[in-house]
Design a protein around this ligand. Structure first.
Ligand SMILES: NC(=O)c1ccc[n+]([C@@H]2O[C@H](COP(=O)([O-])OP(=O)(O)OC[C@H]3O[C@@H](n4cnc5c(N)ncnc54)[C@H](O)[C@@H]3O)[C@@H](O)[C@H]2O)c1
Ligand SMILES: O=P(O)(O)OC[C@@H](O)[C@@H](O)[C@H](O)[C@H](O)CO
Length: 382
């Protein structure tokens, strides 16, 4: 029972690797970070600490790692695995597709058992996106057989895992809360149930609820907190004016979700309240530079700000606070974040309106575009 997991980073070690190991899998990580790979190979185990009062610890044992740049090794590991998972970042999926495709070709040639490939990224349709990239690397013959040999169920994963600063390179501290939801309708007949995974027939409400609440709220805390000079989410969430703004953003995205999926209002409010408490967990230190990372991705049309704003607008809600968060995101200036650097260059060259149109795909005559620009200009005038 081998699970190959791409990305031995924060969520890879702190959630997916841990859960799969507890579910009985022999977990093999694939990563391009050589130091991480060598350390995992050498020690074969690592410690996960829960950010609760008692700092409970679990030692994840029997893990190994392969070099993600070694295409042959990646393909041969895909060929022998029962499950492939990823947590590399949605924009990296195209880079791991070739190894997965070659592994699937080997499985087809050997008549192997079907493989499940589950992308655990913060994106709508992550596994479907990975499947599209894999298809680009398959022969016509393999393309025709793909659905017999591999399935790519989409998923939603939720656990806050900050950037780690331990002396022990593999140690990882995570919040106690966790949720992994998988689209059961895409699983192949007779699939092995992974203990700890919640299988649902329709994933869309779950992934949208997660992305447009947890991640919308997180991005709001990060971008508003950044403007106020805070460095961590915990510092920002200790400021009630930030909390009020996060709540205002979540009232807009929540209104959109309730209208779209008929969620129970009181239950959704409890979901929001729990998330606010998770952001406030002072047992964690989560840097705003991590939560706000890749602002171009976060401002893209299907992500946590623009999409819920559009859904809110369609539901008759004016997404003023989400527009304010987008305006704040335009000021996210972090030198070692390539997307932040690109965004700031674009702002300098093209100005606010053109930048908004380019990164959000909201044209200049769209009411939300106008709200973002107005909010940006109002803040500049202060
Ligand atoms: N950290 C969280 O709280 C959290 C929670 C839910 C979902 N996620 C999602 O999980 C994904 C990973 O996030 P993270 O916080 O763990 O980031 P991370 O940077 O800690 O981990 C990503 C890992 O992927 C590796 N990687 C990069 N290119 C690779 C390749 N070609 N092959 C194999 N490995 C490669 C990196 O070296 C790194 O170790 C993102 O999509 C993120 O949105 C993160
Ligand atoms: O990983 P990103 O960059 O999409 O978003 C940053 C955080 O909001 C995110 O990693 C959360 O911690 C996570 O999604 C919680 O489940």
């Amino acid at each position: 029972m081998i699970a190959l997991h791409f990305g031995a980073g924060n969520i890879g070690r702190g959630f997916i690797g841990l859960l799969l190991s507890e579910a009985g899998y022999d977990v093999i990580f694939s990563d391009v970070n050589q130091e991480l790979v060598q350390e995992l190979q050498k020690r074969g185990e690592y410690t996960v600490t829960l950010a609760n009062e008692t700092h409970d610890q679990v030692v994840v044992t029997g893990v190994s790692a392969i070099d993600g740049t070694d295409l042959e090794q990646v393909a041969s590991t895909v060929a022998k695995a029962e499950l492939v998972t990823t947590a590399v970042g949605v924009n990296i999926l195209k880079h791991i597709a070739k190894g997965i495709a070659q592994g699937i070709e080997q499985r087809i040639a050997a008549g192997a058992a079907p493989l499940h490939v589950i992308a655990c990224e913060n994106a709508i349709g992550g596994s479907s996106q990975l499947k599209a990239h894999v298809l680009e690397h398959l022969s016509d013959e393999a393309k025709a057989k793909l659905d017999q040999f591999a399935a790519f169920p989409d998923a939603a994963v939720d656990r806050i895992v900050p950037i780690q600063h331990h002396e022990d390179r593999l140690a990882v501290t995570v919040e106690p809360f966790h949720e992994w939801v998988v689209d059961e309708s895409k699983m192949l007949k007779g699939y092995r149930v992974i203990e700890g995974v919640h299988y649902v027939q329709e994933l869309q409400p779950y992934i949208e609820r997660k992305l447009f609440t947890v991640n919308t709220g997180h991005a709001s805390a990060a971008y508003i907190g950044n403007l106020l000079g805070y460095e961590t989410i915990q510092q920002a969430m200790a400021d009630e004016q930030v909390v009020d703004q996060v709540r205002a953003a979540l009232a807009e995205s929540g209104g959109a979700l309730i209208a779209r999926y008929q969620f129970d209002e009181a239950e959704h409010q409890r979901y929001i309240d729990t998330i606010i408490e998770r952001f406030r967990n002072t047992e964690l230190t989560d840097e705003i530079s991590r939560v706000g990372r890749s602002p171009l991705r976060k401002l893209s049309p299907n992500d946590r700000l623009v999409r819920p704003a559009l859904l809110a607008y369609e539901a008759g809600i004016e997404p003023k606070q989400l527009a304010k968060v987008m305006a704040a995101a335009l000021r996210f200036d972090v030198k070692d974040d390539p997307e932040s650097v690109e965004l700031q260059q674009l702002m300098q060259q093209a100005g606010v309106s053109e930048t908004v149109a380019k990164v959000t795909s909201l044209e200049a005559d769209h009411p939300i575009h106008r709200m973002v620009v107005a909010s940006y200009e109002a803040a500049s005038a202060k």
